[in-house]
Write a protein that binds this ligand. Structure first.
Ligand code: A2P
Length: 292
Protein backbone atom coordinates (compact mmCIF):
# COMPACT_ATOMS: atom_id res chain seq x y z
CA UNK A 1 0.00 0.00 0.00
CA UNK A 2 1.38 3.42 -0.93
CA UNK A 3 1.89 5.68 2.07
CA UNK A 4 1.89 9.37 1.14
CA UNK A 5 0.44 11.20 4.16
CA UNK A 6 0.36 10.66 7.90
CA UNK A 7 -3.38 9.93 7.64
CA UNK A 8 -2.62 6.85 5.55
CA UNK A 9 -2.91 3.35 6.93
CA UNK A 10 -1.30 -0.02 6.41
CA UNK A 11 -3.77 -2.83 5.71
CA UNK A 12 -3.36 -5.73 8.13
CA UNK A 13 -3.88 -9.33 7.01
CA UNK A 14 -7.10 -9.57 9.09
CA UNK A 15 -8.62 -6.69 7.10
CA UNK A 16 -8.15 -4.02 9.79
CA UNK A 17 -6.26 -0.81 9.05
CA UNK A 18 -3.48 0.68 11.18
CA UNK A 19 -2.35 4.35 11.02
CA UNK A 20 1.08 4.47 9.37
CA UNK A 21 2.90 6.29 12.22
CA UNK A 22 2.43 5.52 15.91
CA UNK A 23 3.37 7.37 19.07
CA UNK A 24 5.36 5.19 21.47
CA UNK A 25 4.76 5.77 25.17
CA UNK A 26 7.73 3.89 26.61
CA UNK A 27 9.73 6.01 29.07
CA UNK A 28 7.03 8.61 29.69
CA UNK A 29 6.77 9.78 33.27
CA UNK A 30 3.69 8.26 34.86
CA UNK A 31 2.47 11.68 36.00
CA UNK A 32 0.96 14.95 34.76
CA UNK A 33 4.06 15.65 32.66
CA UNK A 34 3.70 12.37 30.77
CA UNK A 35 -0.01 12.95 30.37
CA UNK A 36 0.53 16.42 28.96
CA UNK A 37 3.03 15.04 26.43
CA UNK A 38 0.39 12.63 25.17
CA UNK A 39 -2.11 15.51 25.02
CA UNK A 40 0.44 17.38 22.86
CA UNK A 41 0.73 14.35 20.60
CA UNK A 42 -3.06 14.18 20.20
CA UNK A 43 -3.19 17.89 19.35
CA UNK A 44 -0.42 17.37 16.74
CA UNK A 45 -2.63 14.76 15.08
CA UNK A 46 -1.36 11.45 16.44
CA UNK A 47 -4.15 8.89 16.68
CA UNK A 48 -2.13 5.68 16.93
CA UNK A 49 -0.71 5.05 20.42
CA UNK A 50 1.49 2.19 21.51
CA UNK A 51 1.83 1.15 25.14
CA UNK A 52 2.47 -2.00 27.19
CA UNK A 53 1.62 -3.31 30.63
CA UNK A 54 5.36 -3.06 31.31
CA UNK A 55 5.69 0.63 30.49
CA UNK A 56 3.53 2.05 33.26
CA UNK A 57 2.03 4.51 30.77
CA UNK A 58 -1.42 2.99 30.26
CA UNK A 59 -3.11 5.09 32.91
CA UNK A 60 -1.79 8.47 31.72
CA UNK A 61 -2.61 7.45 28.15
CA UNK A 62 -6.17 6.61 29.23
CA UNK A 63 -6.51 9.99 30.97
CA UNK A 64 -5.14 11.93 28.00
CA UNK A 65 -7.44 10.12 25.57
CA UNK A 66 -10.45 10.83 27.74
CA UNK A 67 -9.54 14.51 28.18
CA UNK A 68 -9.12 14.95 24.41
CA UNK A 69 -12.84 14.57 23.72
CA UNK A 70 -11.89 12.68 20.54
CA UNK A 71 -14.12 9.65 19.89
CA UNK A 72 -12.63 6.30 20.92
CA UNK A 73 -13.00 4.87 17.43
CA UNK A 74 -10.73 7.56 16.01
CA UNK A 75 -7.85 6.15 18.04
CA UNK A 76 -5.85 3.04 17.36
CA UNK A 77 -4.62 1.60 20.68
CA UNK A 78 -2.03 -1.12 21.12
CA UNK A 79 -0.90 -2.68 24.35
CA UNK A 80 1.21 -5.73 25.19
CA UNK A 81 1.24 -8.58 27.67
CA UNK A 82 4.60 -8.96 29.41
CA UNK A 83 6.51 -12.26 29.38
CA UNK A 84 5.92 -12.96 33.06
CA UNK A 85 2.16 -13.07 32.40
CA UNK A 86 2.10 -15.65 29.62
CA UNK A 87 -0.02 -18.27 31.41
CA UNK A 88 -3.59 -18.15 30.01
CA UNK A 89 -5.17 -16.89 33.27
CA UNK A 90 -2.45 -14.27 33.70
CA UNK A 91 -2.91 -13.03 30.13
CA UNK A 92 -6.58 -12.42 30.83
CA UNK A 93 -5.80 -10.59 34.09
CA UNK A 94 -3.14 -8.46 32.40
CA UNK A 95 -5.54 -7.68 29.55
CA UNK A 96 -8.32 -6.65 31.96
CA UNK A 97 -5.91 -4.42 33.92
CA UNK A 98 -4.84 -2.77 30.66
CA UNK A 99 -8.43 -2.14 29.54
CA UNK A 100 -9.22 -0.63 32.94
CA UNK A 101 -6.13 1.62 32.96
CA UNK A 102 -6.80 2.77 29.40
CA UNK A 103 -10.48 3.43 30.15
CA UNK A 104 -11.70 1.45 27.16
CA UNK A 105 -13.71 -1.69 26.59
CA UNK A 106 -11.73 -2.97 23.61
CA UNK A 107 -8.27 -2.80 22.12
CA UNK A 108 -7.32 -2.33 18.51
CA UNK A 109 -4.21 -4.48 18.85
CA UNK A 110 -2.83 -6.75 21.57
CA UNK A 111 0.74 -8.04 21.32
CA UNK A 112 2.76 -10.75 23.04
CA UNK A 113 5.61 -8.51 24.23
CA UNK A 114 8.43 -11.06 24.25
CA UNK A 115 8.55 -14.65 22.92
CA UNK A 116 10.01 -16.43 25.92
CA UNK A 117 10.40 -15.83 29.64
CA UNK A 118 14.16 -16.42 29.70
CA UNK A 119 16.79 -18.59 28.11
CA UNK A 120 16.47 -21.21 30.86
CA UNK A 121 12.79 -21.85 30.05
CA UNK A 122 13.00 -25.21 28.31
CA UNK A 123 9.25 -25.36 27.83
CA UNK A 124 9.02 -21.99 26.13
CA UNK A 125 7.46 -23.47 22.98
CA UNK A 126 4.57 -24.98 24.93
CA UNK A 127 4.09 -21.74 26.89
CA UNK A 128 4.09 -19.68 23.72
CA UNK A 129 1.62 -22.00 21.99
CA UNK A 130 -0.84 -21.74 24.91
CA UNK A 131 -0.38 -17.97 25.14
CA UNK A 132 -1.08 -17.44 21.46
CA UNK A 133 -4.23 -19.58 21.65
CA UNK A 134 -5.43 -17.41 24.54
CA UNK A 135 -4.89 -14.36 22.33
CA UNK A 136 -7.00 -16.05 19.64
CA UNK A 137 -9.81 -16.59 22.18
CA UNK A 138 -9.67 -12.91 23.22
CA UNK A 139 -10.07 -11.93 19.60
CA UNK A 140 -12.94 -14.37 19.08
CA UNK A 141 -14.64 -12.91 22.16
CA UNK A 142 -14.53 -9.49 20.45
CA UNK A 143 -12.37 -7.85 23.10
CA UNK A 144 -9.54 -7.05 20.73
CA UNK A 145 -9.72 -6.37 17.01
CA UNK A 146 -6.27 -7.58 16.00
CA UNK A 147 -3.62 -9.75 17.62
CA UNK A 148 0.10 -9.83 17.05
CA UNK A 149 3.53 -10.22 18.56
CA UNK A 150 6.66 -8.27 19.40
CA UNK A 151 10.35 -9.16 19.26
CA UNK A 152 9.65 -12.39 17.37
CA UNK A 153 12.22 -14.06 15.12
CA UNK A 154 11.26 -16.72 12.53
CA UNK A 155 11.85 -19.59 15.00
CA UNK A 156 9.20 -18.11 17.31
CA UNK A 157 6.63 -17.92 14.51
CA UNK A 158 7.29 -21.61 13.76
CA UNK A 159 5.87 -22.53 17.18
CA UNK A 160 2.45 -21.02 16.46
CA UNK A 161 2.38 -21.85 12.78
CA UNK A 162 -0.39 -24.46 13.14
CA UNK A 163 -2.74 -22.17 15.13
CA UNK A 164 -6.01 -21.04 13.57
CA UNK A 165 -4.97 -17.36 13.38
CA UNK A 166 -1.66 -15.79 12.46
CA UNK A 167 -0.17 -12.68 14.08
CA UNK A 168 -0.86 -9.61 11.96
CA UNK A 169 1.96 -7.47 13.42
CA UNK A 170 5.51 -8.02 14.66
CA UNK A 171 7.00 -5.06 16.54
CA UNK A 172 10.80 -5.19 16.54
CA UNK A 173 13.83 -2.96 16.83
CA UNK A 174 14.41 -1.59 13.34
CA UNK A 175 16.68 1.19 12.02
CA UNK A 176 19.53 1.35 9.48
CA UNK A 177 21.99 0.04 12.08
CA UNK A 178 19.83 -2.97 13.01
CA UNK A 179 17.60 -3.96 10.13
CA UNK A 180 16.96 -7.60 11.12
CA UNK A 181 16.66 -8.43 7.42
CA UNK A 182 15.88 -12.13 7.93
CA UNK A 183 12.99 -11.37 10.27
CA UNK A 184 11.63 -8.51 8.16
CA UNK A 185 11.75 -10.68 5.00
CA UNK A 186 9.99 -13.50 6.83
CA UNK A 187 7.23 -11.15 8.06
CA UNK A 188 6.72 -9.49 4.70
CA UNK A 189 6.52 -12.87 2.93
CA UNK A 190 3.86 -13.94 5.46
CA UNK A 191 1.93 -10.66 5.32
CA UNK A 192 2.83 -9.68 8.89
CA UNK A 193 3.13 -5.89 9.31
CA UNK A 194 6.49 -4.94 10.82
CA UNK A 195 6.52 -2.07 13.32
CA UNK A 196 9.77 -0.38 14.36
CA UNK A 197 10.58 0.37 17.97
CA UNK A 198 13.46 2.81 18.45
CA UNK A 199 13.51 3.82 14.77
CA UNK A 200 16.13 6.48 15.66
CA UNK A 201 18.35 3.95 17.47
CA UNK A 202 17.31 5.65 20.74
CA UNK A 203 18.59 8.87 19.21
CA UNK A 204 22.09 7.50 18.62
CA UNK A 205 21.80 7.53 14.81
CA UNK A 206 20.78 11.19 14.63
CA UNK A 207 24.40 12.33 14.48
CA UNK A 208 25.62 9.60 12.17
CA UNK A 209 27.44 11.31 9.25
CA UNK A 210 25.63 9.25 6.59
CA UNK A 211 22.24 10.21 8.05
CA UNK A 212 23.31 13.84 8.49
CA UNK A 213 24.53 14.12 4.87
CA UNK A 214 21.28 12.76 3.44
CA UNK A 215 19.26 15.02 5.73
CA UNK A 216 21.26 18.06 4.57
CA UNK A 217 20.80 17.09 0.92
CA UNK A 218 16.99 16.94 1.31
CA UNK A 219 16.90 19.92 3.74
CA UNK A 220 15.13 17.80 6.36
CA UNK A 221 16.16 16.60 9.82
CA UNK A 222 18.08 13.36 10.54
CA UNK A 223 14.97 12.08 12.38
CA UNK A 224 12.86 12.62 9.27
CA UNK A 225 15.40 10.65 7.21
CA UNK A 226 15.32 7.73 9.66
CA UNK A 227 11.51 7.64 9.90
CA UNK A 228 11.18 7.91 6.15
CA UNK A 229 13.66 5.03 5.88
CA UNK A 230 11.18 2.86 7.83
CA UNK A 231 8.27 3.74 5.58
CA UNK A 232 10.39 3.13 2.47
CA UNK A 233 10.75 -0.46 3.75
CA UNK A 234 7.01 -0.73 4.55
CA UNK A 235 7.88 -0.70 8.24
CA UNK A 236 5.62 1.33 10.55
CA UNK A 237 7.65 3.65 12.82
CA UNK A 238 6.72 4.18 16.46
CA UNK A 239 8.09 7.58 17.35
CA UNK A 240 8.56 9.31 20.66
CA UNK A 241 9.75 12.76 21.65
CA UNK A 242 9.39 15.04 24.63
CA UNK A 243 9.07 18.16 22.47
CA UNK A 244 5.96 19.31 20.65
CA UNK A 245 8.05 20.71 17.76
CA UNK A 246 9.82 17.39 17.27
CA UNK A 247 6.52 15.52 17.55
CA UNK A 248 5.22 17.62 14.65
CA UNK A 249 8.46 17.20 12.73
CA UNK A 250 8.17 13.43 13.09
CA UNK A 251 4.83 13.47 11.25
CA UNK A 252 6.16 15.60 8.37
CA UNK A 253 7.74 12.92 6.28
CA UNK A 254 5.92 13.29 3.02
CA UNK A 255 7.34 16.40 1.33
CA UNK A 256 10.52 14.62 0.35
CA UNK A 257 11.42 11.15 -0.87
CA UNK A 258 14.57 9.18 -0.18
CA UNK A 259 16.15 8.00 -3.43
CA UNK A 260 17.23 4.41 -4.09
CA UNK A 261 20.80 5.67 -3.72
CA UNK A 262 19.97 7.20 -0.28
CA UNK A 263 18.41 3.91 0.85
CA UNK A 264 21.40 1.96 -0.41
CA UNK A 265 23.84 4.19 1.47
CA UNK A 266 21.73 4.07 4.66
CA UNK A 267 21.58 0.27 4.47
CA UNK A 268 25.38 0.34 4.37
CA UNK A 269 25.63 1.70 7.93
CA UNK A 270 27.56 -0.85 9.97
CA UNK A 271 25.42 -3.61 11.50
CA UNK A 272 24.66 -3.04 15.21
CA UNK A 273 25.25 0.73 15.05
CA UNK A 274 22.78 2.04 17.61
CA UNK A 275 21.62 -1.50 18.49
CA UNK A 276 19.93 -1.77 21.89
CA UNK A 277 21.74 -5.02 22.74
CA UNK A 278 18.42 -6.84 23.18
CA UNK A 279 17.99 -10.33 21.75
CA UNK A 280 14.67 -12.16 22.11
CA UNK A 281 16.23 -15.51 23.05
CA UNK A 282 18.57 -14.12 25.70
CA UNK A 283 17.73 -12.93 29.18
CA UNK A 284 17.42 -9.20 29.45
CA UNK A 285 19.91 -7.56 31.78
CA UNK A 286 17.91 -6.21 34.70
CA UNK A 287 19.10 -2.68 34.13
CA UNK A 288 17.72 -2.86 30.62
CA UNK A 289 14.20 -4.10 31.37
CA UNK A 290 11.77 -1.74 29.79
CA UNK A 291 14.24 -0.23 27.37
CA UNK A 292 12.22 -1.31 24.35
P1 A2P B 1 13.57 14.08 22.70
O1 A2P B 1 12.58 13.48 23.65
O2 A2P B 1 14.46 15.08 23.35
O3 A2P B 1 12.92 14.60 21.44
P2 A2P B 1 13.94 6.22 19.56
O4 A2P B 1 12.55 6.49 19.09
O5 A2P B 1 14.81 5.62 18.51
O6 A2P B 1 13.97 5.41 20.82
O7 A2P B 1 14.60 7.62 19.89
C1 A2P B 1 14.08 8.46 20.90
C2 A2P B 1 14.99 9.60 21.09
O8 A2P B 1 15.04 10.40 19.90
C3 A2P B 1 14.56 10.52 22.20
O9 A2P B 1 15.71 10.75 22.98
C4 A2P B 1 14.12 11.80 21.52
O10 A2P B 1 14.56 12.90 22.29
C5 A2P B 1 14.84 11.76 20.22
N1 A2P B 1 14.05 12.35 19.15
C6 A2P B 1 12.80 12.04 18.75
N2 A2P B 1 12.43 12.77 17.69
C7 A2P B 1 13.45 13.59 17.42
C8 A2P B 1 13.68 14.60 16.44
N3 A2P B 1 12.77 14.90 15.52
N4 A2P B 1 14.87 15.25 16.47
C9 A2P B 1 15.82 14.95 17.39
N5 A2P B 1 15.66 14.01 18.33
C10 A2P B 1 14.50 13.33 18.35
Amino acid sequence: MKISSFDDTFLLSDGNKIPCIGFGTFGLDNNKKGESLIKNAISCGYRHFDTASLYGSEEILGKALKASGVARDEFFLTTKVWKDDMAPGDIRKSFDRSLHALGTDYLDLLLIHWPRANEADEEWEEHLFLAWNTFIFLKQEGKVKSIGVSNFLPQHFDVIHSCSEKPVVNQIEFHPGYMQTGTVDYCQRHNIQVEAWSPLGRGSLLNHPVVADIAAKHKVSPAQVLLSFCLAHNVLPLVKSSSKERLKENLSLFDFKLTEQDLYVLRGIAEKTGWSGQHPDLSIPKAKVGDF
